[in-house]
Design a protein around this ligand. Structure first.
Ligand code: SAM
Length: 321
């Protein structure tokens, strides 16, 4: 790996940048690419990454490297297929469940009233009656989860051989366990100290001295209260809210889809190798993955094609020093 690229935020198209990177050199790819839903009309959210793009990620990744890829609930099936078609092995899907999403569906009754402009002073006007009939019908559910596709570049021979040959194999489970006594994430990050685990546990996976085994579900506090009926924060799952406005203000960050730093630190820790291991984010946005990698004490390479976001990302990284 070129040392010039390490720990830098590169301005450019990720396909062009990855083409300059040597094969089999990246330990983990953690990325939040366009979901292809034209989120808030953003032109960068035109489509999900192509198979070719995931092939380039595959080429630069070491055997045994994980790809953790966020997706949208409407389009992640296509993302998963692209990842698989590029050669990656789909290992799991993590679900990040939150209660703070806003329903955005169209109100059909209201729309009907606007189109047909009923005579509101006449309650028997058939157009008004029709609008009333459709009152309460909407076109979408409230968003409450985001999937994170977990894929791996196939290992060479066995996990042990791969670990010795390439320095990467499996999840860093023990450093990602949550401490049931102090209820804090074992990672020493200042951002991750409010992560909690609850009391409920399955003996098969739980060793009281080491903390709870990480699962493929991440919840926010509100959801854990509803699902588990436990006191605030005492969830058996990893707990993480959406990025708060404080987090955005701290980085002077107006990117529309900022991921919460705590979640990204957790993912960087979960995939950390015994040697650290380089994290690549080809769709870097405002640089949350880079800041998280620094927190998790891992080298990183971040690529972003919009200059305004590159500037925000570089500012946030500078702020870590
Ligand atoms: C969903 S956002 C990532 C946000 C990021 N997780 C954060 O916390 O700020 C996806 C980003 O990918 C960038 N992008 C889209 N196509 C790209 C490409 N071909 N190469 C590099 N960046 C690209 C967009 O400009 C956008 O900032």
């Amino acid at each position: 790996m070129s040392s010039v690229m390490l720990n830098s935020i590169i301005h450019g198209d990720c396909l062009a940048v990855m083409a300059t990177m040597p094969s089999n050199t990246i330990d983990t790819i953690i990325t939040d690419p366009p979901y292809g839903i034209r989120f808030r009309g953003n032109k960068w959210d035109y489509d999900i990454p192509s198979i070719h793009c995931f092939e380039e990620m595959y080429r630069v990744a070491k055997p045994g490297a994980f790809l953790l890829c966020f997706g949208g609930s409407r389009t992640f099936h296509r993302m998963t297929v692209h990842i698989e078609d590029a050669g990656w092995k789909i290992k799991d899907t993590m679900m990040w469940i939150y209660g703070s999403g806003m329903p955005k569906g169209l109100d059909i009754g209201k729309e009907m009233n606007q189109i047909f402009t009923p005579n509101l002073s006449n309650p028997k006007d058939p157009k008004q009656v029709l609008g009333q009939k459709w009152q309460g019908w909407r076109t979408a559910l409230k968003p409450a989860f985001e999937p994170i596709i977990i894929a791996m570049k196939p290992i060479e021979h066995t996990y042990v051989f791969n670990a010795l040959q390439h320095g990467v194999a499996g999840f860093n489970i023990d450093q990602s366990r949550l401490d049931t006594q102090s209820r804090s994430f074992h990672c020493q990050s200042k951002y991750a100290n409010s992560v909690v685990f609850g009391k409920s546990m399955r003996p098969l996976y739980f060793d009281g001295s080491r903390g709870r085994y990480p699962s493929n579900v991440v919840m926010d506090e509100n959801v854990s209260e509803i699902v588990e009926g436990q006191v605030k924060g005492a969830s058996r799952f990893f707990y993480c809210m959406k990025a708060t406005s404080e987090e955005r203000i701290a980085g002077n960050n107006h990117h529309p889809t900022v991921k919460p730093l705590k979640l990204m630190v957790y993912l960087c820790t979960l995939t950390k190798t015994p040697f650290g291991g380089v994290v690549l984010d080809p769709f870097g946005g405002s640089g949350t993955t880079a800041v998280a990698a620094i927190e998790a004490k891992r080298p990183y390479i971040l690529v972003e094609k919009e200059l305004e976001y590159v500037r925000i990302a570089r500012g946030r990284v500078e702020g870590c020093k």
